[in-house]
Design a protein around this ligand. Structure first.
Ligand code: UGA
Ligand code: MN
Length: 254
């Protein structure tokens, strides 16, 4: 079966570095289709060129987050949901372009800045309904994880709101394509309260706790890290202009 990874991405100085690092991991994954959706009005030149030399199977889409939902650079990162409309466009592409009887596969929602051990893709490849596994460096813990008892998930090792129906990060689960097809009204939402994006989509996909299939040796191995790339200060850009009369060449793609 094929892994369909849905990744929202947005323009920022660190974008190409993050995408480059991620794409080098993805090159090792067979039967993989990357759906990369830009948070922008139009597909950018940068991402277009990046994908065309990536050696990956991909679909490139774009949709902007409406202004009132956009993160301001000074907002705390949990204030607004990220990647909502982009993931929905990815889901819509899957529902429009793949056929339940023709395509076998698994859908995985990847951030563009996380770190993935390529083993995780083989773990999720045989997902019947929904697979789950631990995620490191998240929730202000070393890791968060489903709690597994006698091979079944019965709760969450999570500090923050463990009462959530599915108290895990987006990087901690994957869903069989059939579940996506048989619940055509399941979408991400801009209205969901913070931290409930994962619970909301899994609930609307009709998933129950007893459906969850623990992977990564019964959730005892870390194969995914919720890394976040530090924002680079660019304060000397302006100073270069003012002090030396010339700034960096803006035609130089970084
Ligand atoms: C955490 C989770 O790992 C995300 O899967 C979840 O969407 C997010 O929280 C949330 O609560 O909305 P975090 O690392 O804090 O993610 O967020 P980012 O990595 O900054 O954003 C998640 C994805 O959305 C990234 O692929 C990013 O490129 C994209 N994004 C971010 C946009 O498309 N537009 C934006 O304005 C910001
Ligand atoms: Mn992230």
């Amino acid at each position: 079966s094929t892994i369909y990874a849905i990744t929202p991405t947005h323009t920022r100085p660190e974008q190409k570095a993050d995408l480059t690092r991620l794409s080098y991991a993805l090159r090792f994954v067979r039967n993989f289709h990357w759906i990369l959706i830009e948070d922008s009005e139009e597909k950018t030149e940068l991402v277009m060129k990046f994908l065309s030399k990536s050696h990956l199977n991909y679909t490139h889409l774009s949709i902007p987050t409406p202004e009132e939902y956009k993160m301001k650079s000074r907002d705390p990162n949990w204030l607004k949901p990220r990647g909502v409309l982009q993931r929905n466009l990815g889901l819509n592409w899957i529902r429009q372009n793949l056929k339940p009887d023709e395509h076998r596969g698994v859908v995985y929602f990847m951030d563009d800045d996380n770190t993935y051990d390529i083993e995780i893709f083989e773990e999720m490849r045989n997902t019947k309904k929904v697979s789950v596994w631990p995620v490191a460096l998240v929730g202000d813990l070393r890791y968060e994880s489903p709690v597994v008892v006698r091979g079944k998930v019965n709760g969450w090792f999570t500090f923050w709101k463990p009462e959530r129906p599915f108290a895990m990060d987006m990087a901690g689960f994957a869903v069989n394509l059939d579940v996506i097809f048989s619940n055509p009204d399941a979408w991400f939402s801009l209205q969901v309260q913070r931290g409930y994006q994962e619970s909301s989509i899994l609930t609307s996909l009709g998933v129950k706790m007893q459906d969850l299939e623990p992977k990564a040796q019964n959730c005892t191995k870390i194969l995914v890290w919720h890394t976040r790339t530090e924002k680079t200060k660019l304060k000397n850009e302006e100073l270069m202009r003012r002090s030396y009369g010339r700034g960096s060449n803006l035609n130089m793609e970084i």
